[in-house]
Every structure is written in structure tokens, then in C-alpha cells.
Design a protein around this ligand. Structure first.
Ligand SMILES: Nc1ncnc2c1ncn2[C@@H]1O[C@H](COP(=O)(O)OP(=O)(O)OP(=O)(O)O)[C@@H](O)[C@H]1O
Ligand SMILES: [Mg+2]
Length: 612
């Protein structure tokens, strides 16, 4: 548990405790080692001195032992304990070779226990053993007394160990004092050191706390030490750099967030944020509310598909989650159900930590309306131009009706009886011609009707035939032959028949104009014709309109799809035909290519994706 406590304690305490502990450990180890060295050297010195004294006694007592002069031996022993030695040497006694005690320095009876306490083995120069005596410890030093090679006795002297113990006692106190002083000094030093090291770190911690709370204008003073060059200073400076960077990027983030918000809120177009997986609306700008008629609360959480597309024109949706998608001219619905035409641009992005699609829509309803007005105007102009041919066309059934009715009138006036069979034939003829006239007028009406942007499966050959029925007669009147090479069984295309008819109409009128121009320039004898062919290659339906007209120069070719570009005289052409044609073809995902026609004329090749 104390280990846990230490782990959880502050860095300052950890530094402080570890320094104190290490110093304490080192001082104790030094003290113990010094004590051990001192004790062992003192002990060996003591023993060495004991041996020295013992040997000098053994030298001088050889004679008295041989003569067994006990008084002499006794005085020798007492002499050996004279002066300072008395403190060192506790006792001395001499034995003869049979270990009988000949003399000793004890003032009381000789303690018999001593005799066997430290036996001197034969052939040993000495023997030393620590003995416990009453009140003290004594090193018994035994030295043989030799006469030549014979041992004639032993000298035993007791060296007082208390002498060393007192010294060691004094040393212990000194060491204890030393360790305590060192510990106290280092306690203070390590406390200061720990504070010195950890104070700037604590300050940095406080600063980082402020930053994590989002406060970059922290007021924590970073002390002078941070101006040094040590690691803490480096840490502080890189930390402050980092904080500065975070602050700057935070500011930039807030700015861009604010910029984005203001763009989002004040943008002129409806913008939606959808979640990438289910395409539900996460957010919508005020413009989206205004245009689509929903409140923001109604929009949020609603599937984007609730708004559109409401026709087949925009079936393609935001497929892949991570790609940009642009869909043009699709019909969406407002809350009240009224349609609205929009261009849609979706880009994947992160929105409030969610994978999102930012969908920007542009309301092009007005533009679409203007376009269709323009298309209509152009159509009406063409119809006006075609009026001579159309009048001729309507005139024929009228003539037939006139002839029939005149016949009936003549017969009635002349009082002749009309045979039943003739009457029926004339009436049927009149009725048939009326139907024909009605059909022509109906076709004109259909063509003149304003078309919308809806799409359905259309047979391109049918459109060609409808147009020919309107302007075929006109072409014949202008000596232009029509070659139809329509392949049957080709796939339909996704389009609106009225618009496709307008495309074919424009191409035919252009071809006619180019031929007329060539005729006027003297090429009258040429067999002038317009060839319309259809076909299918793989997934594409193709329609080619070739003519024997004047052809198109490269400089004109580059500009023919521009609106209001024309080479025709004022009043003859507005220069809108091909630009409208191009727009319609693009709307249906098709292409237009210009190639060579018949006898140096021009060919327009249209392709559309096959439907179904
Ligand atoms: N089949 C063609 N042969 C030669 N030139 C052509 C042909 N089709 C178009 N052009 C050239 O392209 C120009 C632009 O054609 P476009 O149909 O856009 O306008 P326009 O026919 O001049 O006028 P509008 O169609 O509005 O009556 C024409 O003026 C003509 O010079
Ligand atoms: Mg034209």
C-alpha cells in the first residue's frame, strides 16, 4: 500500500523521497562499511599487540620455567602488566608443559575454567580466542614457550576487548551524528531541489489545464527560470509554441467556422447538410426554408428524397459516399407540391463530426422558364417560316372539300338526282378530307405547344415522321428531295417527343437553308436532297441529318452552337436553332458531331443513350 501511495503522490514528493532515501541508504552503507573497517583493523591491532607482549613474556620466562622459579615468574608477569598495559592486559598466566599453572596475575584464586578455554594445539605458533568473562570480553592469546624445538610451557594473556568496544561506541555516536546531519542536510536540499524541478512543471500543468478549458489567454506567470537553457526551459518553450499554434489554429478554425456559417446562412442558394449513409437532412440554411417552403425544424431529420427529384429526369442520386456529384435541371417539389427546377451539387464533407454531404441547390426555375419561352419563340418563328408549305398542305383537303361541295351544289341546282353511290362517295371524301385537315392542324398544335422538361421513352423515328409531315411539303416545293433511311426496331430514348421534334425541325430547316443558298449560288442542277438516317450502336441511338448544302467552314464550325450566331441575313435567321438544339441534346445526355454531308454538304450526327 505505501508503494501505491508513493505512486500516486506528486512528482515533487517522489523526487524528494527518492533523493532522501538514496542519501540515507548511502550514508548508512558508508557508516557501516567504515565501522567494519575500523573494527577489524582495531581488533587485529589489539591481537597483534597481545601477541607482541605475549612473545616478550615467553622469551623472558624460559629460564624460570626450566628452574621452576615461581617467584621469579610471578614478578615477571606483574612487570608485564605495569603502567598503561594494566588497562589493556586483564591477566597473564604461565603453564608448564603439562599445562599446570606455574604463575598468574589473578589476585583471587585462579579460575580453573580458563585452562581449557583456549587450548594451544601442538605445532601452532599461537592461538587466540574470544572469551566471555564476568563483565567483559577478553581475547585469550596463547603463545608457546620454546627451548630449542621443545615446548616447555605456555604463556596466556587476556587482552581486554572493552578497549575496542569503547572506541566503537564512540564511533557509533559519531556516525549516528554524521548520518543524521547528512540526512537533515539532504532532506532540506532534496526538498528544495524537488521544488526547483517541479515548480515550472506545475506552472506548465496549470497552463495546460487552462488551455484544455479553452482559455488561451492564460495568466499563469512563467518564472525566470524558463529563460535558462535547461530541459525544463526547452519543454516550456516548445509547450508555449505548441499552445500558441493551438491558439492560432483555434482562431483560424473559429474564423473559418464563422465564415462558413455566414456563407451557409446568408448564401443566396438553398444548402443542405445530409448524413452520408441515409441522406437525412442534418441542417438547412434560411434560403432552403424560403425556397422549399419548409421550416428548418421540419427539414431536419427528413429524408432528402422527400424533396425530389419528382420526375425521371434526376433518377441518378448521390451514389458513392465520397465523391462529388453534380446533377443539372432536376425537378424538386416545394412543401405545397409545386415543382421547382434546380441544379444540384453535392460534395462529401465532415459536418459536426459526422460524415456528411453538403448539397447546394441552385433554383433555376426562372431560367428554365425563360429557356422554354425562348425555345417556344424559336419554334414559332420556324412555324411562321413554314407557313407557305403548311398553307399548301391545308389547302389540299380544303380544295377537295370545295370540289365535293361544288359537285353537290351543282347537282342540287340542276335538279338532277344524285346517285346514292356517288353521294356516299362524295360525303365520305369530304369527311376524309376534313379529318386530314384536322390531323394537320392537330400536329401543328402539338408542335406549337409549350413542352415541359419531363422525359419518357420516345421512338426517334416517330419524331422524324411527325416533323416531315409538317415540313415535307415545303421541301418538295423547294425542289429538295427527302431520303429516309430509318432503321426499324431501334431502342427508344429518354426524352420529350415535342423537344426531339424541335431538334429535328431545326436541323432540317438549317439543311434546307444551306441547300437553298447553294441553289441560289448557281448549283441548281444538282440533285439536292436531305438524308435522314437512324440506327443503333450498342447502347446508343444515332440520328444523322446530311444535306447537299453549302457546307460549313472551319471558322463557322467553331461558333455554330453559340446563341445568336448566324451567317444569315437580318430577318432570315436568329442564330438560335443550333444553340437550342445543343441544349436539348445535352439535357437528354446526348452528343452532336458535325461531319461531311453529300456532295460537299454537311452532316449532323446526334447520339442519345438508349433507354430500357
Ligand atoms: N446544315 C448546315 N449547312 C451549312 N451551314 C449550317 C448548317 N446548319 C447550320 N449552319 C450554320 O450555322 C449557323 C447557325 O445555325 P443556327 O440554326 O443556330 O442559326 P440560324 O439557322 O442562322 O438561325 P435560326 O436557326 O435561329 O433561324 C447558320 O447561320 C449557318 O451558318
Ligand atoms: Mg437554324
Amino acid at each position: 500500500m505505501p508503494l501505491e501511495k508513493i505512486k500516486r503522490s506528486s512528482l515533487k514528493n517522489k523526487i524528494f523521497f527518492s533523493i532522501t532515501l538514496v542519501i540515507l541508504l548511502i550514508s548508512v552503507l558508508i557508516a557501516l562499511f567504515t565501522r567494519w573497517v575500523l573494527i577489524s583493523s582495531l581488533t587485529s591491532e589489539l591481537k597483534r599487540r597481545g601477541l607482541g607482549i605475549g612473545q616478550s613474556i615467553a622469551e623472558s620466562c624460559r629460564g624460570p620455567i626450566l628452574t621452576e622459579d615461581i617467584p621469579q615468574l610471578t614478578s615477571l608477569l606483574f612487570d608485564a602488566r605495569l603502567g598503561e598495559r594494566k588497562l589493556l592486559i586483564v591477566y597473564v598466566y604461565i603453564q608448564d608443559k603439562k599445562d599446570r599453572v606455574l604463575a598468574h596475575t589473578f589476585t583471587r584464586p585462579f579460575p580453573q575454567g580458563l585452562i581449557d578455554a583456549n587450548p594451544l594445539p601442538p605445532d601452532q605458533p599461537h592461538a587466540i580466542r574470544l572469551l566471555k568473562m564476568t563483565g567483559s570480553s577478553v581475547y585469550d592469546v596463547a603463545i608457546p614457550v620454546l627451548e630449542g624445538i621443545y615446548r616447555i610451557g605456555n604463556v596466556h594473556l587476556g587482552v581486554d576487548k572493552n578497549h575496542i568496544d569503547q572506541l566503537i561506541g564512540k564511533l557509533r555516536t559519531t556516525f549516528l551524528g554524521f548520518v543524521s546531519t547528512v540526512t537533515i542536510i539532504f532532506f532540506v536540499i532534496s526538498h528544495g531541489l524537488a521544488r526547483y524541478i517541479t515548480r515550472p512543471i506545475s506552472q506548465l500543468t496549470r497552463v495546460s489545464d487552462e488551455i484544455s478549458r479553452g482559455n488561451f489567454n492564460f495568466s499563469v506567470p512563467l518564472e525566470n527560470r524558463m529563460s535558462g537553457e535547461d530541459e525544463v526551459r526547452q519543454l516550456a518553450s516548445s509547450f508555449m509554441n505548441m499552445a500558441q499554434r493551438i491558439k492560432e489554429s483555434q482562431v483560424r478554425l473559429q474564423e473559418s467556422e464563422a465564415k462558413y456559417r455566414s456563407l451557409f446562412n446568408s448564401g443566396p442558394n438553398p444548402i443542405f447538410a445530409l448524413d452520408q449513409n441515409r441522406h437525412r437532412i442534418l441542417d438547412a440554411n434560411p434560403r432552403a426554408e424560403a425556397v422549399f417552403g419548409y421550416s428548418r425544424e421540419e427539414l431536419i431529420g427528413r429524408p432528402f428524397s422527400d424533396l425530389g427529384p419528382i420526375d425521371d429526369s434526376g433518377q441518378q442520386c448521390f451514389g458513392g459516399k465520397n465523391e462529388e456529384v453534380a446533377i443539372s435541371k432536376v425537378q424538386y417539389a416545394k412543401k405545397d407540391g409545386s415543382p421547382i427546377h434546380v441544379n444540384v451539387h453535392a460534395i462529401p464533407a465532415r459536418y459536426e463530426s459526422v460524415d456528411a454531404l453538403i448539397v447546394a441547390t441552385t433554383d433555376i426555375s426562372e431560367m428554365v422558364e425563360k429557356d422554354s419561352q425562348l425555345i417556344q419563340a424559336s419554334k414559332m418563328t420556324t412555324l411562321g417560316e413554314m407557313s407557305a408549305g403548311i398553307a399548301h398542305e391545308v389547302n389540299q383537303p380544303l380544295n377537295a372539300i370545295k370540289m365535293g361541295s361544288e359537285f353537290l351544289e351543282f347537282m342540287a341546282q340542276s335538279g338532277k338526282k344524285i346517285p346514292q353511290a356517288d353521294l356516299l362517295h362524295v360525303v365520305a371524301e369530304i369527311s376524309g378530307q376534313v379529318d386530314r385537315a384536322v390531323a394537320i392542324i392537330q400536329r401543328l398544335r402539338d408542335f406549337g405547344r409549350k413542352s415541359d422538361f419531363s422525359k419518357n421513352q420516345v421512338q426517334i423515328n416517330d419524331c422524324v415522321r411527325s416533323v416531315i409531315e409538317i415540313i415535307g411539303r415545303q421541301l418538295t416545293l423547294q425542289n429538295i428531295r427527302l431520303d429516309l433511311e430509318l432503321s426499324e426496331g431501334i431502342a427508344p430514348v429518354m426524352a420529350h417527343n415535342n423537344r426531339l421534334e424541335q431538334v429535328i425541325f431545326n436541323l432540317l430547316t438549317n439543311a434546307r437553308d444551306a441547300i437553298v443558298q447553294r441553289q441560289e449560288s448557281g448549283d441548281e442542277d444538282l440533285d439536292h436532297c436531305i438524308r435522314i438516317s437512324s440506327g443503333q450502336d450498342n447502347r446508343h441511338v444515332r440520328l444523322t441529318v446530311s444535306d447537299t448544302g453549302v457546307g460549313i467552314s472551319d471558322t463557322v464550325k467553331d461558333r455554330i452552337f453559340e446563341a445568336f450566331f448566324t451567317t444569315k441575313q437580318m430577318g432570315e435567321g436568329m442564330g438560335l436553332g443550333l444553340s437550342i438544339t445543343n441544349e436539348i441534346v445535352e439535357d437528354y445526355g446526348g452528343t452532336i458531331r458535325i461531319g461531311s454531308g453529300i456532295h460537299g454538304g454537311t452532316a449532323f450526327v446526334l447520339t442519345f443513350p438508349a433507354a430500357g
